[in-house]
Structures are given as structure tokens and as C-alpha cells.
Design a protein around this ligand. Sequence first.
Ligand code: NAP
Length: 255
Amino acid sequence: MGSLTGKTALVTGGSRGIGRASAERLGREGALVAVHYGRNTAAADDVTAAIRAAGGAAFTVRAELGTSGDVETLWAEFDRQVLEHGDNAGLDILVNNAGITPRGHIEETTPEAFDEVFAVNVRAPFFLVQQGLKRLRDGGRIINVSSGATRIALTDIIAYGMTKGAIDTFTLTLAKALGHRGITVNSVAPGIIDTDMNASWLRGNDTAEQSAAELSALGRVGRPADVADVVAFLACDDSRWVTGQVIDATGGSQL
Ligand code: NAP
């Protein structure tokens, strides 16, 4: 029996990076995991296969966030499949992880790029929660993946940092709104993690990796599992008295 046996979890952006590691960890804890993704079907299938190979249960849900009807598509597909895979309709753990990081200083950020990053990183999780509230069971968990960019001023991703500031405000306010149902809401704020999001500048570039590692008090670049383990803590009963918080998982970056 894992700590999440009998629970159902949905991880947005569960096909790669931090989302994948979180989906696999929640699966190992015994949760039935809905692995959401946008485009990369092969990657999402790979995650569900890995969860099943480890003895867990999972299914994929495709919906491209930031497009018209995105949230409705996601929930319709979730509803259809959750009944096929478990005997319980509904959800216990929602991990709002999917996100994009367009680069740009204030001078370079176009209105289109600004709107897109807010649509994917803020609008989608907001309405996913709004439309998910009737599915989320009392005593449930909402875990929002934020960023160290709300604490550290990163001028080349200014609009992105603003989206994560909005997410942290969402976390705070939602925690108060949902407390009467025993639902906790928390943010996890990663630092630089070795995922596809950073591949173009980090992987295979020793100088960049060393500079990134030096940002952390612990002297290395983060791994997806470093964040997934915090997600798992927030998903399980051990975190029952923690709500409305931003948990810094930056490895002590820029302390
Ligand atoms: P990643 O490796 O680029 O993976 C992104 C995931 O999100 C994929 O599963 C992708 O699905 C999905 N996704 C992206 N845009 C989507 C869209 N429009 N619709 C549906 N799905 C979409 O990202 P990551 O580095 O793991 O980041 C995950 C979260 O952590 C993000 O919220 C990010 O802001 C946050 N974060 C990351 C870092 C870091 O250093 N990596 C640091 C701080 C915070 P597909 O596979 O289908 O494309």
C-alpha cells in the first residue's frame, strides 16, 4: 500500500520534465494518475507505460492548453477515462504543472507572446480549477508549479515571472476559499531544473551548467525528481496542515 492508494491524481504537462517525474512518483505512491499533455503523444505514452511497469495505473489525457475550449476538452477526456480505469469518478490531487517559458526582456516581449504565456500558465490553471471543483473531492489537494523567478529578478523572462507571481496569488487566495472543504492549495517553486525547457542553453554546455549550478547553495542543477518529491509530500497526508504556501524548491538559489 502506497501513501496515495485509492486516490486519483491529474498532472498537467505530465509527459515530460517535472510533470513526468511527479506523475511517476504519484503512481509509485499508489495513485491512479491521469497524465495530461499537449502534443507529444509518444512521451505521454512512455510515462503511462513506466507507471504501469512499476505496478501502478495511469492513462493519458490530451488537451492543448491556451487554445479555445482547452479546459473543457481536458475535463471531458478525463471524465471519460477515469471511469474506465477506476471505480470512482472524481479527483483527489490536481497538479497544475504544464507551462511555457518564452524568453524576452521587457523591450522584446510582444503582446502576442505576453498573451500566450498568460493563457497557458495562468488562464488554463485558473479555469481548470474552476471547472474541476465539482470533481475534486473534499480533503483533496491542489499543487501549483510556480518558479523561483517570483523571488529572483530574472529580467530575460519578465512576463514568465509575472505569470508565476499570479499563480502564487492564486494559491494563497484559493487556499482560503477551499479550506472549508479540507482542500489544501500550495505552490512549489523550482529553480533551474534539467528539463527540455532548458535543454537549448544548458545541456552539453559545461560553462552554462557550471554557472547554473553555482546559483544553488547546494552547488548543482536541479533534477525533476527534486521537485517531484516535494509535489508528493504536498499530495500526501503528511502535509495536511500546510496550505496557502509557496514551497521553495530551488536548492537554495541566490540565497
Ligand atoms: P518541459 O520539460 O518543457 O515540459 C512541459 C510539459 O508541459 C510537457 O508535458 C508539455 O506537453 C506540457 N505543455 C507545455 N505547454 C503546453 C500546452 N500549451 N498545452 C498542454 N501541455 C503543455 O517543462 P518543465 O521544465 O518540466 O516545467 C514544468 C513546470 O515547471 C512549468 O510550469 C515551468 O514553468 C515550471 N518550472 C520549470 C523550471 C525549470 O527549470 N525547468 C523552473 C521553474 C519552474 P507536451 O509534451 O505535449 O509538449
